[in-house]
Write a protein that binds this ligand. Structure first.
Ligand SMILES: *Cc1c(COP(=O)(O)O)cnc(C)c1O
Length: 354
């Protein structure tokens, strides 16, 4: 049993943090009856895809609530962030800016190399929102990380150019994966614990897609601090080396530190599975597309090929290999991203192929 006192400590410290309101919480949680029967494990779904003021929700909203808490306090007007051209995080940032009358400036790396002459899905929505968009192409010998680094350097110069003082602008890191953004998922973990208690559940495993690590860092921080004994599995969606474990642990520690909690996590506290990345970020995989079809055909739930489909492929693999205890309670965290179903074919792959 987890430590109730520690839960209360976290709750109190989190509620003292500055925070903007960007969505509707708690997000719903319910049982996927058909998939549960199929695999003989009680599979619950946490619908963060339904959070947020716009039609298009997702996990970044939770992080942005805490980031915008700071942005509003600082009085920044020009809000910069970074991602791929189909970035869910960039879209959510632009939406949050419009809600608070701020100026969204998005530096978007053209990972799939198709430009934006025929805008689809998120890059279309970014333009409807009137966000200022800077497209970053790869230079020769550059990969996506190098291009992203260049984007950050360029954006800093531009931020200084258009802003009178330092306080006038705010740079949100890719995915909102700063210690402050990570607080969104420390808080989400507490939200989940209440729902678990109310529904008389006992989650043994959580599965979700991990990209920039903030979601995993937040959930893991709360989980380890409370000594909950539940496994938070981050299914990786992009190639990274082993230092990612360390980075996530550091992010967890730093988020708790913002709450004045000295509690150090190490890489051994973090669970990441690299087996479902496929060929890479935004590159469709047969397993992910199969998972998208399984969720749709069995539960009427839409996942996406870039994040949740890959995470679900991981979870389904564990279920099919019978690696999870029969009859136990499991949570799949739906982090959003379904707009990608309307993105470029390069991202979607051959979803309808059997
Ligand atoms: C960004 C994102 C993730 C990954 O979350 P991180 O906190 O960046 O690891 C997962 N799913 C969707 C749909 C996302 O947009």
């Amino acid at each position: 049993m987890y430590n109730l006192k520690k839960l209360q400590i976290l709750k109190r410290k989190i509620s003292n943090q500055k925070r903007a309101e960007l969505g509707f919480f708690p997000s719903p949680i319910y049982k996927l009856d058909n998939l549960s029967a199929k695999y003989d494990v009680n599979i619950y779904l946490k619908r963060d895809d339904l959070s947020g003021f716009s039609t298009f929700g997702g996990n970044k909203i939770r992080k942005l609530e805490f980031l915008f808490g700071e942005i509003l306090e600082q009085g920044a007007k020009n809000i910069f962030t970074y991602g791929a051209t189909q970035s869910n995080h960039a879209l959510q940032t632009a939406i949050a800016c419009r809600r608070y009358n701020l100026n969204p400036i998005l530096y978007l790396v053209d990972v799939i190399g198709e430009g934006i002459s025929d805008p689809k899905a998120n890059i279309l929505l970014d333009q409807i929102l009137g966000a200022e968009i800077e497209i970053i192409d790869f230079k020769e010998d550059e990969d996506e990380f190098a291009a992203m680094y260049r984007a950050k350097e360029e954006s800093k110069k531009y931020a200084q150019e258009i802003s009178e003082t330092e306080a006038d602008y705010y740079l949100i890191p890719p995915g909102g994966a700063s210690p402050r953004g990570t607080l969104g998922f420390v808080n989400a973990y507490l939200e989940m614990k209440v729902q678990e208690f109310e529904n008389d559940l006992n989650f043994k495993n959580i599965f979700h897609a991990t990209g920039t690590g903030g979601t995993l860092a937040g959930l893991t921080a709360a989980n380890r601090f409370m000594n909950d004994g539940l496994k938070v599995h981050g299914i990786n969606v992009s190639h990274k080396d082993d230092s990612y474990l360390e980075e996530v642990a550091e992010l967890s520690t730093a988020a708790l530190k913002l709450l004045n909690i000295e509690f150090e996590l190490t890489s051994s506290d973090v669970i990441i599975d690299n087996n479902f990345v496929g060929e890479g970020y935004e590159i469709p995989s047969a397993e992910a597309n199969r998972a998208v079809k399984i969720f749709a055909e069995n539960e009427g739930i839409f996942l996406d090929p870039v994040y949740t489909g890959k995470a679900a492929a991981g979870m389904i693999n564990y279920l099919e290999q019978e690696k999870l205890e029969k009859g136990s309670d499991l949570l799949f965290w739906h982090t959003g991203g379904t707009n990608a179903l309307f993105a470029e074919k390069t991202i979607l792959g051959d979803l309808l192929k059997r």
